[in-house]
Design a protein around this ligand. Structure first.
Ligand SMILES: *Cc1c(COP(=O)(O)O)cnc(C)c1O
Length: 464
């Protein structure tokens, strides 16, 4: 190469038009012209920069500036636009409330309700009177019937529910919380930070492992607006510990004329301890114990859409509904439709069968064993390329709920014979549909607990 190597390379760069033409030839008439120019320009600019920054000609030996090569790169980039970014994933991890995979899988009834509500619906029209209605009415009655709450209000998620309740009931005043309950939930929800954002002042009492009723009593003064209890959803303080029972807490709060709020996190409506799950506080029990305002998530153990549910005494809920901030956090029609349908299953249907989260959490080990063995058999019939075994293992609840629960399960353990495991796992993840399992010591584990029975055929296809 002559000493003007840099000029030679720069002169060899194709023009934008030539590359655009090459892209059109490669992809056909799929994309409008205006969508092609920018990415082509960007690729050429990038090549020019590399030429200008190269130390010597050797550094550019591999550089391919042909229109066809640039066109191929642009084609790949464009494929990302035409394919949905949000795609279906078959969850074979066994983690039921998988945060990265969208937490709760919705009930069939909820899916149908979403479709119904997607067009026009009576979101804010009272059909009986023809007058303007409130979007909150669609779920309020159901929530009251299911939990015994006097009133209810729904927002976008539980973080918003906590923020709304604190802002309404305690802005500019003090809120007393146990040091053992200053939780952080994944995705940076931290009680002290939420408290600050709400305008309330945090008063910490007790120690990390022990908080006594006298700690709360001593902290109460004329500026105290609220005693807050936070469920330690995703961790447990074990050993030498003490915390105050809600019934006791509401007793001293009510004597001082102060309400008690509890952030319950997961909203469990049914006791699942008979199925080997940790004993979790039930929504109805907490309200019966005297909690004045209770907040919970729609898409954790409740098994519904992402939502924050605020339940409690009517006068507090009414105050929250009058707060201007509510407008910024109100749920849309699709969420309300899914939530209403989910709640109706609890009230009128068979929740353990129809709410996927509950069905998965309570699936008997014998069923899991049968399903794992059937899947393994099918795979053995269809391929020689995999090592296949069925093993006992455990599934997790996930979503920051019941952190100690290990649900006995059976998994199909797979290992490709002719390619590295990591390469195969990536291929499955990028497939259509995407299949995500659990990688453990050179094996890919598929847990039938979180695979719908209707997905089993597809799983086999994905693995071929
Ligand atoms: C999960 C959780 C939250 C946050 O709920 P989102 O619905 O995810 O906003 C808040 N508090 C507790 C105790 C939780 O477990």
């Amino acid at each position: 190469m002559d000493k003007n190597w840099r000029q030679t390379y720069l002169r060899a760069l194709p023009g934008v038009d030539a590359v655009v033409t090459a892209v059109k030839k490669a992809v056909g008439p799929v994309y409008p012209h205006r969508l092609l120019v920018k990415p082509v320009q960007r690729k050429i600019d990038e090549l020019r920069r590399r030429i200008l920054q190269a130390e010597d000609a050797d550094g550019l030996k591999e550089l391919d500036t042909s229109p066809a090569t640039i066109a191929a790169q642009v084609k790949q980039e464009l494929a990302g636009i035409s394919r949905p970014s949000l795609r279906r994933v078959i969850n074979a991890t066994g983690t039921v409330l998988h945060t990265n995979l969208g937490r709760a899988q919705l009930a069939q009834a909820a899916v149908m309700a979403i479709e119904e509500a997607a067009g026009y619906c009576n979101l804010e029209l009272d059909l009986a009177s023809g007058q303007r209605g409130s979007r909150h009415t669609h779920v309020e009655k159901l929530l009251e019937l299911l939990t015994g709450a006097e009133a209810a209000c729904v927002v976008n998620n539980n973080a918003a529910a906590v923020l709304m309740a604190l802002n309404t009931l305690a802005a500019g005043k003090k809120v007393v919380v146990s040091r053992g309950e200053l939780v952080e939930i994944g995705g940076s929800f931290r009680i002290p930070e939420v408290m600050k954002a709400s305008g309330a002042q945090l008063v910490e009492v007790g120690t990390t492992n022990k908080t006594k009723i006298s700690d709360y009593q001593q902290a109460i003064d004329e500026e105290t607006a609220l005693l807050l209890k936070v469920h330690t959803s995703n961790y447990r303080v074990v050993g030498f510990t003490e915390s105050v029972d809600v019934a006791e807490l509401t007793k001293i709060a009510h004597e001082a004329n102060i309400p008690v709020m509890e952030d319950l996190g997961s909203g469990l409506l049914l006791d699942l301890s008979a199925f080997g799950l940790e004993k979790e506080p039930l929504v109805g029990e907490r309200l019966a114990a005297g909690v004045d305002v209770l907040t919970l998530s729609g898409d954790k153990l409740l098994g519904g859409p992402q939502a924050g549910i605020i339940l409690g005494k009517r006068r507090f809920i009414e105050q929250i509904k009058k707060n201007q901030l509510l407008r910024a956090m109100r749920p849309d029609k699709v969420t309300l439709a899914a939530l209403e349908a989910t709640l109706r299953v609890y009230l009128l249907g068979e929740p353990l069968r129809e709410i996927p989260v509950l069905a998965m959490l309570t699936m008997p080990p014998a069923t899991l064993k049968r399903r794992a063995e059937a899947l393994a058999e099918k795979l053995k019939e269809q391929t020689q390329n995999l090592e296949i075994a069925v093993r006992e293992d455990v599934s997790f609840v996930g979503g920051g709920a019941m952190p100690l629960t290990r649900l006995p399960t059976y998994v199909v353990a797979l290992r490709p014979r002719h390619q590295p495991l990591a390469v195969w796992v990536e291929k499955l993840r990028l497939g259509e549909p995407s299949l995500v399992g659990r990688v453990q010591e050179d094996w890919l584990l598929l847990d039938p607990r979180t695979i719908a029975e209707a997905e089993e055929e597809e799983v086999v296809k994905c693995l071929m």
